[in-house]
Structure formats: C-alpha cells, structure tokens
Write a protein that binds this ligand. Structure first.
Ligand SMILES: [Zn+2]
Length: 405
C-alpha cells in the first residue's frame, strides 16, 4: 500500500519518494512508496503536478486509487530515465490543492450547518471544475433554510475554528457518536474534527482552520431524488463567482441605464411594454385591413353579380394578407379575393365569401404547381407560396384567368 502523506499534512506540497513500479499501458503511470498526491475519491477530485528526478520532469495529469491500496500517478508521457528504485521529487500544484481544500472543507461545514439547523443529512457530494454540490435528504427546502445555513456556515468560517485530524479505532468512533461509520476496511478510522461543530470520518484533504475556507456562497437549488441538490462555491471560487455575477448584472444594468438592483423591475416593465405594443399593433392591423378591404371593394366593379379582387402587395406579412382576405369576403357576400405579397416571403392567399361555389384550395394548388411552390387549403380559404417574388403578379393573373375559364 502506498503511504499517504496527505493523511497527516494537507499542506505538504513537495516530497521525496521511491518509485515502486512503472506501467506503460493503457496509459503511462507511476506507483510510489509514498505520495502527497490526492487520488480522486469521496467526491474530491485529484491533484495534478510534477514528478522529477535528475534532468527528467514528468507531468502528473491524473491520480487514482487502485483496489489494493496503491495510488497510481498517470503521466502525460512515459518516463525515460526514471526506473523502479529511483528517488523522485514530487510537487503538487498548490493553487489547485488549495482550491480543493477550500471546497471540500467548505462542504463539511455546510453539511454540518444543514444538520444542526434543520436535521437534513447530506447523502452525496460532488466537486466540479466550476461549482460543487451536495444532495440533502429532505422533502422540502425553502429559500430561508438555504440562507440560514449559508449564514451559519460563514459564521463558523469567521470564528476560525481548528480543523483537526484524529485517528481512532472503530469502537472509539462508535463511542464518539459518529453519524456515519464507513464500511470495515481498516481498523483505524481517520476523523476530521471541526472544533465543537462537526466530526466525520473522511480521507480527503482539509484546511487547518475554518478561516482558510474564506467564504461559502450558496447558489442554485433543485429537486432531485431523494431530496434537494444545493450548489455552492467556497473560497476564491466564491469571489470569482460573485465577480462574474456582478459583471453580468452591470452589463444588464447599462442596457437599461439602471442601477443593478433595479434590473428585474426594468425587465418586467419592458416586457409589459412589449405586450402592450403587440396588442396595439394587432388592433391597428385589424383596423387597417378593414379600411383597406372597404376601399378595394369600392374600386372593384361587379361582373355577373360577383366582385373579384386581385391585388399584389409588397412588404406585407402573410398573416396580414389573410386578415385582408377575411375582411373582403365577409364585408360582401359575393367576393373572391386573389391576394399576394412579394415580401418578406412571396405568398398567395385565395378566399371566397361563404356559400360561393368555386374551390380556392384546388385553384391555389393549380397555381403553385404552375409557378413552382407549395400550398393548399379549404374550399373557401387557401394559402401558399412560390419561389420567385417577381412572378407574384403573373401568378395572380393566371389564377384570375383560370377562375373565369
Ligand atoms: Zn473531508
């Protein structure tokens, strides 16, 4: 078994060790007699760093626990000079380790806060590159509970309580009233003791004083099985996240020429304005269609008792053309409307007053098949489009001629 130096000192970033074994496949890797590199486990992600000897320096890109208790250091490239028996120097990335210790110890404090205040146990912990999360076993989680737990966790950080590592036997752990005693593997348990606040068996890396966590910021909460997931960031991540939030809000505020705290109110106000304008626009279009339909009917002379209104527009949406066709065929009980628009889409709308005997659906189908397009509809109302805007006039003329024939 590899001796784990981080068990006793989480701030040991530089160490010497002897190479036990070198593996080449599937990935180049080293096993040492002892290591300060933390392997991914218990929700905490692995360290990275450098292993060197003589002129050779190898990047450690991943660290994992093997089943037999050895720690495997995966390397970017296979070693050339380093052999079994070589004494190496290992250096872990201190910024990455510090970040992991802040997140991980932050999780201990936060989980204990949820237990102390609301008796909500943490059932799992996840550490990602951007944020961390815990899953709480609870059917309900309110915003107040989240805020209270955040406040208590940050008070414990401000009190700068000692975080101590203790090794005890399983019996001693049971006597200490440990909530979760891990399944039997070793007789000795490693306990992390946050003075008079939390006691847990854990193999991860932790800060020495709660003050080193810096801060805890709770973020999104979401319902998951079997309870609630709470996202959080601690330490420098907390500051980086707050900075990003502030930048985003500042940009939004500048768009509205408003203070950042007034952004939600400004958004509601703008949405309300958009809704009102949309309503006004619909009403105006309705009125415009009504007036235009009346004017078109006056202009069009009646032939054999029937008025055929043929008209092409530019820059009218299909919906407006349809509305106009409806108005035309309702204002007069003996009207056929053959309408088109060249843009934004070259479109056609054919309609007739209810009770007339032509078939607009088949007339439209016939027209679009002649001019290259698609469309269809019912006996009284049909719509479609053709590819070429320049041929709209021609298509309308064709439809009007077909109607007479
Ligand atoms: Zn831990």
């Amino acid at each position: 078994m590899t001796q784990r130096l981080y068990y006793h000192d989480s701030f040991l970033y530089d160490f010497e060790a002897e190479v036990w074994e070198i593996a080449e496949s599937p990935k180049p890797a080293l096993v040492l007699d002892k290591t300060a590199f933390y392997p991914s486990s218990g929700g905490q992600i692995h360290d990275t760093g450098v292993i060197s000897a003589g002129n050779e320096s190898l990047n450690v890109i991943e660290v994992a626990d093997a089943e037999d208790g050895r720690v495997v250091h995966y390397l970017e490239a296979p070693p050339k000079q380093i052999k079994p028996g070589t004494t190496i120097r290992g250096r872990i990335d201190p910024a990455r380790r510090r970040d992991h210790m802040q997140q991980h110890t932050g999780q201990h404090v936060l989980s204990a806060a949820f237990i102390r205040l609301f008796n909500m146990p943490t059932v799992s912990f996840h550490m990602g590159d951007d944020y961390c999360s815990i899953d709480l076993e609870t059917p309900v989680l309110t915003r107040e509970q989240v805020e209270q737990s955040e406040r208590l966790a940050n008070e414990i950080i401000l009190e700068n309580r000692p975080v101590q590592i203790r090794f005890v036997t399983r019996d001693e752990a049971a006597k200490l009233g440990l909530r979760k005693i891990p399944p039997a593997e070793r007789d000795q348990l490693r306990l992390i003791d946050i003075q008079e606040f939390d006691l847990n068996a854990c193999g991860g890396t932790h800060v020495n004083q709660t003050g080193q966590i810096g801060c805890i910021l709770l973020r999104k909460t979401e319902k998951v099985r079997p309870g609630w997931r709470v996202e959080f960031v601690a330490g420098q991540r907390g500051i980086a996240t707050a900075r990003r939030d502030f930048t985003t809000l500042t940009e939004a505020g500048a768009t509205f020429s408003a203070h950042i705290y007034d952004v939600p109110q400004q958004i509601s106000k703008s949405l309300e304005e958009i809704r009102n304008l949309r309503k006004q626009r619909e009403q105006s279009l309705e009125e415009l269609a009504e007036a235009q339909a009346a004017a078109l009917l006056v202009e069009t002379s009646r032939v054999d008792g029937r008025k055929v209104v043929t008209r092409a527009f530019s820059a009218r949406e299909l919906n407006f053309i349809k509305l106009l066709a409806q108005k035309l065929t309702r204002l007069d009980s003996n009207v056929i409307a053959l309408l088109g628009s060249t843009s934004p889409q070259p479109s056609l709308v054919f309609a007739q007053s209810a009770g007339l005997t032509s078939d607009m659906g088949s007339l439209l189908k016939q027209t679009v098949s002649t001019f290259g397009g698609r469309g269809g509809g019912s006996k009284d109302m049909a719509q479609g489009g053709i590819q070429s805007a320049e041929r709209i006039e021609e298509a309308l003329k064709y439809a009007s001629t077909s109607l007479r024939g």
